[in-house]
Design a protein around this ligand. Structure first.
Ligand SMILES: [Zn+2]
Ligand SMILES: [Zn+2]
Length: 362
């Protein structure tokens, strides 16, 4: 296995060293350990190789960044010891961190892909967050809404083993069947699902055709989610164990649903109050009337419009708003007045007479 070294130590620079300093250090050391200058010194040749490797990574901004992340997580012992065998990474997907391009890193990247992303699974799956739009009335009164969640489930063809029918299943050489790998040094040790066997401890001779050996398939899970009365936009519910199943023995993840209340054509909401606008005609506004107003419960209540009601006047219907706990808000009804159009000559004459008698200019 190629040793994983601390490239900063190799070049004798600090991890904060600017590019120019790294270049300078490299030039100085490369000159010193160049094989031409040390014809009979094998260790110098080895050192020269190391220096080139270190410079190759640290002089490339993107590679240096990745390397810094690995280094931060304790991937290398400072003496350049590395950890045991990490080869045979060919079957492992590099999902989060791709160290494939690193010179002399061997399979170390595979180990790292198990630190990030998938690595969290040993403590159960991460929660899945989805957003769900709910009708105005469901939000106000409570109810149930269907929610579809994309999750992975155990492959039904191979029963979650990842093996093709009749395939020989061997103990994973990487983790010796334990399903986990531990690495680190000093007080820092990390145990993660084995990247080679994906935590199963076994590797089949032939992968399942349905799931390509991953042992899981993507499915859309449909759930009925309970919406509490008085739910508002942005409110969340956490459904324990309803999210992603865990690929190891850990518990399934939770599902977090964030509600978005759809606007209603008639009602709008302000806290626990429900607002609506109701048109009345000119005569109703002038003479007063009893009108019927729809509530969020779907009932109709009678609202008394007094004579001389001005447009924009608001009326309160007590206890017909949003219920939350033991309190229930009110329904606020704003009245608009519809002005008649296209009057007949007789209607115009009648209005003129009205205006004359009321002393109104026109
Ligand atoms: Zn399968
Ligand atoms: Zn393994």
């Amino acid at each position: 296995m190629p040793p994983a070294k601390d490239y900063y130590r190799v070049l004798g620079v600090s991890e904060k060293a600017p590019e120019a300093e790294i270049k300078k250090a490299y030039r100085r050391l490369a000159k010193k350990y160049h094989p031409d200058a040390n014809p009979s010194d094998d260790s110098a040749a080895e050192r020269f190789k190391e220096i080139g490797e270190a410079y190759g990574v640290l002089s490339d901004q993107a590679q240096r960044k990745k390397y810094d992340t690995m280094r931060k997580y304790g991937a290398f012992s400072p003496s350049g010891g590395g950890f045991g065998r990490t080869s045979r990474g060919g079957s492992v997907r590099m999902e989060d961190v791709d160290f494939g391009g690193f010179p002399g890193f061997g399979g170390l990247g595979d180990l790292f892909s198990s630190i990030f992303g998938k690595g969290k699974r040993s403590a159960g799956a991460d929660p899945i967050e989805v957003s769900a739009e709910i009708p105005f009335r469901t939000a106000a009164l409570g109810g149930k809404i269907p929610v579809t969640v994309a999750v992975t489930e155990a492959c039904p063809v191979c029963g979650g083993t990842g093996a093709a029918a009749g395939a020989k299943v061997d103990i994973c050489q990487e983790c010796k069947g334990r399903g986990t790998v531990t690495f680190g040094q000093g007080g820092f040790a990390v145990t993660r699902p084995c990247p080679a066997c994906r935590g199963r401890g076994k590797i089949p001779s032939q992968a399942c055709g349905r799931c390509s050996g991953s042992a899981e398939i993507d499915v859309n899970k449909r759930l009925l989610v309970t919406v509490a009365p008085g739910t508002d936009s942005g409110q969340k519910v956490r459904l324990k164990g309803q999210g992603q199943r865990s690929s190891d023995a850990g518990p399934p993840g939770d599902l977090i649903v964030t509600f978005q209340v759809a606007p209603d054509r008639f009602f709008r909401r302000e806290g626990l109050a429900v607002h609506c606008t109701v048109p009345v005609n000119l005569v109703q506004a002038v003479l007063g009337a009893k009108i019927k107003v729809r509530t969020i419960d779907g009932r109709r209540v009678v609202l008394n419009i007094p004579p001389g009601t001005q447009p924009g006047r608001r009326f309160r219907i007590r206890g017909q708003g949003i219920a939350k706990g033991n309190t229930r808000g009110d329904q606020i009804v704003e009245v608009t007045v519809t002005i008649p159009e296209d009057l007949t000559p007789a209607q115009v004459e009648a209005l003129r007479q009205f205006a004359d008698s009321a002393g109104l200019k026109y």
